[in-house]
Write a protein that binds this ligand. Structure first.
Ligand SMILES: NC(=O)c1ccc[n+]([C@@H]2O[C@H](COP(=O)([O-])OP(=O)(O)OC[C@H]3O[C@@H](n4cnc5c(N)ncnc54)[C@H](O)[C@@H]3O)[C@@H](O)[C@H]2O)c1
Length: 191
């Protein structure tokens, strides 16, 4: 690894296991500090410990991405510990063990999948991106509305676009709004 992410602070949601943990590990190995968020509190703590031991470059916290107050609290903690956030990976989601077949899916299953995948991504972007802007990564341009300077403001339609699955253009829309490099479900400040 080339340590291309030294002095960067990353948040990965749903990272106690699976793809989220693999992403967190890759970011860590590139030199980033990593916050591992998951509704599985023990899993998040164990994953952080597995990456970093007690070196202070990884933390694992119980954060439900569908609860804005929990995301806000985490962001505040990251600001205190590491000075802010640079990278957000909206990984939490997927089918969440709900049935595959239409006639077996209950309303509560649909609500869960939409809440975590769509609302969770929206809330994380809404809470974390302003913190990324504070770290200085946002040029004062990048509106989807004709390239006029918008000073980093979030255009109202962005809220409708954020979240994978809700609209194929959503994350790219968030990227354009914030002029960040964007790869389907993560947002990173530009160098
Ligand atoms: N596994 C695949 O083949 C595959 C392929 C393409 C995309 N993906 C996407 O990758 C992501 C992760 O997939 P995976 O297979 O590793 O999933 P997984 O089920 O193994 O892990 C998901 C993690 O998210 C956590 N989580 C669930 N609800 C949460 C919430 N409300 N707040 C915070 N954390 C929560 C779970 O506790 C779990 O640790 C998903 O968004 C999925 O759509 C997966």
């Amino acid at each position: 690894m080339c340590k291309r992410l030294l002095d960067r602070n990353a948040v990965v949601t749903g990272a106690a296991r699976g793809m989220g943990f693999a992403i967190a590990k890759a970011l860590y190995q590139e030199g980033a500090r990593v916050a591992i968020l998951d509704i599985d509190e023990k899993g998040a703590a164990g994953a952080a410990n597995q990456l970093d031991g007690k070196n202070g470059r990884a933390i694992g916290r119980r954060v439900d991405v569908t609860r804005k107050s929990e995301i806000t609290q985490l962001v505040q903690e990251m600001s205190k510990l590491w000075g802010g956030v640079d990278i957000l990976v909206n990984n939490a989601g997927g089918g969440l063990n709900t049935p595959y077949l239409l006639d077996q899916i209950e309303e509560k299953d649909w609500n869960l999948v939409v809440d975590v995948n769509l609302k969770g991504t929206f809330l994380c972007c809404q809470t974390v991106i302003p913190e990324m802007i504070k770290r200085g990564g946002l040029p004062g341009r990048g509106s989807i509305h004709g390239g006029q300077g918008r000073g980093g403001r979030v255009d109202p339609p962005a809220g409708l676009r954020l979240g994978k699955g809700g609209d194929p253009g959503q994350c790219r829309g968030a990227d354009r709004n914030h002029d960040r490099r964007q790869n389907s479900n993560h947002v990173e400040r530009k160098k």
